[in-house]
Design a protein around this ligand. Structure first.
Ligand SMILES: *Cc1c(COP(=O)(O)O)cnc(C)c1O
Length: 234
């Protein structure tokens, strides 16, 4: 079989997303493909955006800002999906359509402060360390209610949902229970806050089908579209 190029792989992923949505009786338009473009070139991102891809996810603030300025002529919505540090709050607030990986009150306060100064409201998701692995980003499930209440007091931020990253498995089916757990946490939080939360950001190259079947509204896919990532440039 002939090797598919990037645009063909992107079409294939979109088709798989549509099929998974239909199978699980979900509305296709409520599922957004975020192309995880860390370490991938401006040229690749630009070709994909020209083909019609809108949402791109980046992990490193400086790399993301460079790409934003190079590609400012394209109608891209930039998402931040990497680890957050308080000293980067000034470059995060207002520069991204959605921040997926908020995981501390300290970071929330730093972002809120910048948002108030700039008179903007920044949409955010809370990252949950769903597998409770030591080295992983995200808050523990038991910290969620309190942190969500605290964030609700910060009017520079708008909490729109939850994000998770299960451990890596060769078989995407093994991620399913973690996705189901995140969906349950969101439902409980909605009841607690008396407010619906729009987003569940979950599912990557190896498990996005299962994530959609379990309720994902944002799937973050890199390798399946772009191919393997080059090593980080220093
Ligand atoms: C890199 C990355 C992805 C995409 O991973 P792939 O396996 O390449 O699809 C998704 N989410 C986050 C947080 C990432 O850092």
């Amino acid at each position: 079989m002939e090797k598919l190029n990037m645009i063909e792989r992107w079409h294939q992923v979109r088709e798989q997303i549509q099929n998974a949505a239909k199978r699980s009786n979900r509305i296709v338009n409520e599922i957004h493909l975020v192309a995880a473009s860390k370490f991938h070139t401006i040229e690749k991102i630009s070709s994909l955006a020209e083909a019609g891809q809108i949402d791109f996810g980046e992990n490193y603030v400086q790399e993301a800002l460079n790409k934003q300025s190079e590609l400012s002529h394209l109608p891209i919505r930039w998402h931040f999906i990497g680890r957050m540090q308080t000293n980067k709050a000034k470059n995060l607030a207002g520069n991204f359509y959605l921040l997926h990986s908020l995981d501390s009150l300290k970071m929330a306060q730093a972002l809120h402060k910048k948002c108030i100064e700039r008179n903007i409201i920044q949409p955010v998701l809370l990252q949950i360390n769903i597998s409770q692995e030591e080295q992983k980003g995200g808050i523990l499930p038991k910290q969620l209610t309190q942190l969500a209440h605290d964030i609700f007091q910060l009017n520079g931020l708008e909490l729109q949902g939850l994000m998770c990253m299960p451990p890596y498995f060769d078989d995407g089916e093994e991620s399913r229970p973690y996705f189901a757990e995140l969906r349950k946490l969101k439902q409980e939080l909605e009841a607690e806050l008396g407010k619906t939360l729009e987003h569940l950001s979950m599912g990557m190259s190896g498990d996005f089908i299962q994530a959609i079947e379990e309720g994902a509204t944002l799937v973050r896919i890199g390798t399946t579209i772009f191919g393997s990532r080059p090593a980080k440039q220093s």
